[in-house]
Design a binder for this molecule. Structure first.
Ligand code: SF4
Length: 126
């Protein structure tokens, strides 16, 4: 069975329009990419789509109330909502250093979450 699928590459701001030709579930041709990253993205997106997850988490004792965090690797797309829900309920104590591992296995994915910036304690915190 012949199938054509269109994707937009998210590898850079060029947003190349990709077209995949798939025969019997196997990618036979990828066009529209201006570089090899686009081909790799198309293959990944077709076979095992995944996304980086970045958000902020609560930090009551910090100089600011929220700490930006991200997953260290991309999360399988089917697990993204579970990861987002787990991060939504997470709270951390300051101080935090940039790159510090906040959780080493978010939502059972085996993927770590790290701090995207340092966050000192608030002057009036314990
Ligand atoms: S194919 Fe290459 S140039 Fe085009 S959007 Fe993707 S990364 Fe950028």
């Amino acid at each position: 069975m012949l199938e054509k699928r269109r994707l937009t590459c998210i590898g850079c701001p060029m947003s190349c329009p990709l077209e995949l030709v798939i025969i019997d579930g196997e990618i036979r041709e990828i066009t529209g990419n201006d570089c090899k990253r686009g081909e790799a993205y198309a293959r990944q997106e077709y076979t095992a789509p995944c996304r980086m997850v970045s958000t902020t988490i609560a930090c009551n004792s910090g100089l600011w109330p929220r700490l930006p965090v991200k997953t260290v690797t991309a999360v399988p797309k089917a697990e993204v909502m579970a990861v987002a829900r787990a991060l939504h309920t997470l709270e951390i104590e300051a101080p935090v250093q940039i790159g510090q591992v906040i959780l080493d296995d978010i939502a059972g994915t085996g993927i770590a979450v790290i701090a995207c910036r340092s966050l000192p304690s608030a002057p009036n915190s314990k």
